[in-house]
Design a protein around this ligand. Structure first.
Ligand code: SF4
Ligand code: SF4
Length: 502
């Protein structure tokens, strides 16, 4: 029997639609926005938060302590996945990896940006294997080769993201503790090999699908690590953040703080904070839309990553609808596919990528034509693709909230049992730790947030292409409304649980 969660009630559908229509009308009649003025608040200036951020970024001991705990949990996943029960809801490997970490990770970006990467066990283990540090003794077993040119883009991470989605939803790794453990080990092997061959952290920079997803979504995080005084960075000759010092490693993704404008490749490791001789780097708060609106620079490979991230996020939602199973079976019958229906699934995955990408490209062509702009298709395509980021992010969080809040009751007991301190537990589904109405409200508000930020991004980014906006924005606005409306509709449907009850 297929078990489902209830969808968002229809009144939330009306509220979000009313919001979208009112905002859209305003966008059509409003004047082009003026110069963007952005205010930042240094985290150091806020009493409690400032002390915490200083402690977290400057104390290597605290960071090491957290990394050891995360690595211990990682080993628990491996041990339990390889030796424990194959029932996913009874095995901490699948519950911890997919229901808690994977769902919670996306939600954490909304508050903490790429903080996960600072404590990532794949990277920690790779470092301990290849570049171990024993007190003052620093070893380096890496060949330190320069990554080849073709690798120095986000294409490898994008291919990995598509592959991960295939493994997760097509091959069914999420409901297989053994495969979950193997996949986790594979990520450590890849991170270690990459560190052993290439200089800096090529795996984090170019290959890791999780790190790049976190990085792109972190463009919408309310925090950023930046220079306190930009003039000090402008006059810096040592570039310790980039080059490192005797005690501190260089920036793993080769960022220079003085010219950093986007969070995409920052792994929040804190090396720059520790290496800067002027103590000029600090966390600060910012408007959540700032980077997507203005400071992130358009690139061809990154545009494709954002667009396909949107497609894959929607695809996640589609595969958890009851009609998806029926479609897959009907299609499999037509093409003579059997067993795990992997050919049918792969076809569905490809179609789910091709359709949104083609629709976006079509709307860009129409927008260009209506606006009469003489800017080429490619700059338009890259410049406006930032509107897809808040749409994907908001839906991804709203969808994951459902998984995390409804499918993790009892996870603590399950953890105790795995550690030999309890028995007979499994995660129970449908038991919510908060009132259901509160969950619905969060989802509805997220859909409005995503739409609002997408519209703001459009109003500012379009200024690079046209001198007047008004009705010229209609095609791309229709694209934004359609995507958000589709996501809203998905949220309103009953959603299949990630793993069955027993
Ligand atoms: S980029 Fe990937 S491997 Fe690197 S720290 Fe982040 S999650 Fe870990
Ligand atoms: S050293 Fe680089 S990756 Fe690490 S926190 Fe600083 S900018 Fe981010």
């Amino acid at each position: 029997m297929i078990m489902t969660h209830p969808g968002l009630p229809s009144y939330w559908g009306y509220i979000v639609w009313a919001f979208m229509l009112i905002v859209s009308l305003w966008v059509i009649v409003a004047k082009m926005p003026g110069r963007l003025t952005i205010r930042h608040i240094q985290l150091n200036d806020i009493k409690l938060l400032g002390s915490f951020s200083r402690l977290f970024t400057s104390s290597t001991g605290l960071l090491l302590f957290i990394r050891i705990i995360v690595v211990a949990l990682f080993f628990l996943v491996i041990y339990s996945g390889l030796t424990g029960t194959p029932v996913p809801a009874r095995n901490i490997a699948t519950v911890l990896t997919w229901n808690i970490w994977w769902a919670g990770l996306i939600i954490s970006i909304f508050f903490l940006g790429s903080a996960w990467c600072a404590i990532c066990p794949w990277d920690a283990l790779a470092n301990w294997f290849v570049k171990p540090r024993l007190w003052l003794l620093k070893m380096n077993n890496s060949l330190e080769l320069k990554p080849p040119r073709w690798m120095r883009t986000v294409w490898p991470a994008l291919l990995m993201l598509i592959g991960l989605t295939w493994l997760e939803l097509g091959y069914g790794v999420t409901s297989d503790p053994y495969a979950t453990a193997l996949l986790s080990l594979l990520m450590v092997v890849m991170a270690t090999l990459s560190l052993a061959i290439f200089r800096n952290k090529a795996f984090c920079h170019y290959i890791c699908p999780v790190g790049r997803t976190v990085g792109f979504y972190a463009q919408l995080a309310p925090i950023e690590l930046r220079p306190i005084d930009p003039d000090i960075c402008a006059q810096c000759t040592g570039l310790e953040c980039f080059n490192g010092t005797d005690e501190v490693d260089p920036c793993p993704t080769q960022l220079v703080m003085g010219s950093l404008t986007q969070n995409t490749y920052c792994t929040s490791c804190g090396n720059c904070v520790r290496s800067c001789p002027d103590k000029n780097i600090s966390w600060r708060l910012r408007p959540q839309s700032q980077e997507a609106i203005s400071s992130a620079r358009p690139h061809w490979d990154e545009a494709w990553f954002m667009l396909i991230l949107l497609a894959l996020t929607s695809f996640h939602g589609i595969t958890m609808m009851e009609f998806w199973e029926t479609w897959m079976q009907q299609f499999a019958q037509i093409i003579g596919d059997s067993g795990q229906l992997l050919v049918s699934f792969s076809t569905g995955l490809m179609v789910s990528i091709i359709i949104p990408v083609s629709i976006y490209a079509l709307f860009i062509v129409i927008t260009r034509w209506i606006s009469g702009s003489d800017v080429g298709f490619k700059p338009f395509f890259m410049g406006l693709v930032f509107v897809t980021l808040p749409l994907a992010f908001a839906y991804h969080i709203a969808h994951n909230l459902n998984h995390m809040l409804r499918e993790t009751a009892g996870a603590g007991q399950l953890l105790m049992e795995t550690l030999g301190m309890g028995s007979g537990s499994l995660v129970s589904h449908g038991r919510l730790p908060i009132p259901e109405e509160a969950l619905f409200a969060m989802q509805g508000l997220l859909m409005m947030f995503g739409f609002w930020v997408a519209v703001k991004v459009l109003r500012y980014r379009i200024k690079s292409f046209v001198s007047e906006a008004g009705f010229r924005l209609t095609p791309i606005l229709v694209f934004i409304i359609s995507v958000n409306g589709f996501h809203l509709w998905l949220l309103m449907q009953p959603m299949i649980m990630r793993m069955g009850g027993v």
